[in-house]
Design a protein around this ligand. Structure first.
Ligand SMILES: NC(=O)c1ccc[n+]([C@@H]2O[C@H](COP(=O)([O-])OP(=O)(O)OC[C@H]3O[C@@H](n4cnc5c(N)ncnc54)[C@H](O)[C@@H]3O)[C@@H](O)[C@H]2O)c1
Length: 357
């Protein structure tokens, strides 16, 4: 029998419990504790016996907008929800973002429970309470923080995910554990081989979420420590832009970490190449068969333009999260802009040539 785990997250918007247990989805639907469900359209067949109104959301970037939030809010009204009603949201990051904002706005805020279904959402975004909604063709322009009253994780959802979905979730997970420090990273490497099995999913998720918990509790509003979780993201986001978003965000995080390692290796951290983090991120990238073909089409000038304009940089230079000797990562300000950009370009070119060769 697979073990169950739980943790409690402290947050200024209210503390909340996270329960991790296989079979939880069927249990929750059977218990019928909710007055309405907001769900990724993909799961509608599994919600036929829910016995309450189900509001379906298309889980893609084109629908992660205010129009969908409005549809969900109107759906709440049609379902007769009042301030004390209980809502369940089922889906990955798109459903989470839409449900967070809709629940925070309806009648100035109603309680909601989140059941994440992608590995990224289970291992990372389900705690922290953030929402990000696209607007005017731009990604994640609108957002707030409105944590759920509880998070219920059923690792059985991992079974139907694609290799890219699993590699992407693991990329965010390894980033969290490496940033937390050497012990958390070693434990992550021990637990990962069994992460996609029915017995291994729950302990793996518990470890990753406990590692993330430290960051969100110590720095709920992203001012200092939580910024470290941007490791791999400045390179990764710009690589996503360089390939016209043909690689998923999660996979871009692994590619971004590989680039950050090469950037640091060139300025004195040579032992990072071939390190356990380097080897693991390469393995994650290799889980996706055609990633080399997609990466080969990168427009390196497009990468550079996106890298220069990353929103985390400051007026004092490039702000990068880079490996720190023996203790996870640190924020580094690269004041010499042009040599910094040239070094970033070189690091990415070397990742592209390794992955495509
Ligand atoms: N709020 C936050 O803190 C936060 C953090 C990171 C990312 N995000 C956002 O999350 C979004 C990405 O979310 P995501 O990667 O979780 O996926 P997603 O919600 O975009 O879903 C991706 C695809 O997977 C399908 N899917 C979901 N669960 C499945 C399952 N168990 N089996 C098979 N298919 C399944 C969906 O139907 C969809 O087609 C982005 O919009 C990103 O901006 C939010």
């Amino acid at each position: 029998v697979a073990e169950s785990f739980s943790l409690r997250i402290a947050s200024s918007g209210g503390d909340y419990d996270v329960d991790i247990s296989t079979g939880l989805f069927a249990e929750v639907i059977e218990r019928g504790q909710f007055d309405a469900v907001v769900s990724d359209r993909y799961f509608l067949p599994k919600l036929q016996s829910a016995g309450v109104p189900v509001i379906a959301v298309e889980a893609d970037e084109g629908h992660k907008n205010l129009a969908t939030v409005e549809e969900v809010v109107v759906g709440f009204k049609s379902a007769g929800l009042h301030r004390a009603s209980r809502v369940l949201a089922v889906g990955g990051g798109v459903v989470q973002d839409v449900a967070t904002l809709a629940a925070s706005l309806y009648m100035r805020g109603i309680a909601w429970t989140y059941m994440p279904t992608t590995l990224m959402a289970m291992a990372d975004s389900c705690i922290g309470g953030k929402s990000s909604i696209n607007a005017g063709g731009m990604k994640n322009l609108i957002g707030n923080i409105y944590p759920p009253t509880s998070v219920l994780i059923d690792p059985d959802f991992i079974e139907s995910l694609s290799a890219e979905g699993i590699a992407g979730g693991m990329s965010e997970a390894v980033k969290i554990c490496f940033c937390r420090g050497p012990e958390a990273f070693d434990r992550y490497l021990e637990l990962t081989p069994a992460a996609s099995t029915p017995e291994g999913g729950a302990p793996w998720l518990h470890h990753v979420l406990t590692s993330k918990q430290w960051f969100i509790e110590i720095d709920e509003f992203d001012r200092k420590e939580r910024r470290l979780l941007n490791f791999g993201h400045t390179f990764g986001h710009a690589m996503e832009a360089g390939v016209g978003f043909s690689i998923s965000h999660g996979l871009a995080v692994s590619l971004g970490i590989l680039s950050a390692l090469r950037f640091t290796a060139d300025s004195g951290g040579a032992d990072l190449i071939g390190s356990p983090l380097d080897a693991h991120c390469k393995q994650l990238v290799e889980m996706v068969p055609d990633v080399g073909e997609r990466l080969a089409l990168i427009d390196i000038d497009q990468f550079e333009a996106a890298f220069r304009h990353d929103k985390k940089h400051g007026s004092d230079g490039l702000h990068l999260i880079l490996p720190a000797v023996g203790r996870g990562v640190e924020e580094v300000v690269v004041a010499d802009l042009e040599p910094g950009v040239a070094a970033a370009r070189k690091a990415v070119e070397s990742v592209v040539s390794e992955v495509t060769s």
